[in-house]
Design a protein around this ligand. Structure first.
Ligand SMILES: [Ca+2]
Length: 116
């Protein structure tokens, strides 16, 4: 019995170590120039990237990036809204100034307009 408990404790110890080791280290947000918002086609800042300046509402269809964005870094100096309609209306997702998001969740591949 004693030996069995020891084995169970050892297994529990291994499980705890595995649980700690499994999460990948937090990925640092990639660089994005000051005054720009950077959009990536895939989560975790992967795939094609668009570096954009926005005055009021930017229609992503003009940049070939309609319904593609999955991660973002906002260095515009202002908060922005990522919207699912090309005139920056409809469902929208607020990205704070300086915020880096490795995934847009429900808005992944739905962003058509970038507004403020
Ligand atoms: Ca995409």
């Amino acid at each position: 019995m004693r030996r069995r408990i020891g084995a169970m404790l050892a297994a529990a110890g291994l499980a705890a170590v595995a649980a700690i080791a499994v999460p990948a280290p937090a990925q640092a947000a990639p660089s994005c120039k000051a005054g720009y918002i950077c959009l990536w086609d895939e989560q975790n800042y992967q795939g094609e990237m668009k570096e954009l300046q926005v005055l009021n509402c930017l229609m992503l269809v003009l940049d070939g990036f309609n319904n593609r964005t999955e991660s973002v870094v906002n260095n515009l100096g202002k908060h922005v809204l990522l919207a699912d309609e090309w005139l920056c209306t409809g469902d929208a997702f607020l990205v704070l100034n300086g915020q880096a998001l490795p995934s847009l969740g429900f808005m992944n591949n739905r962003v058509s307009g970038v507004g403020m």
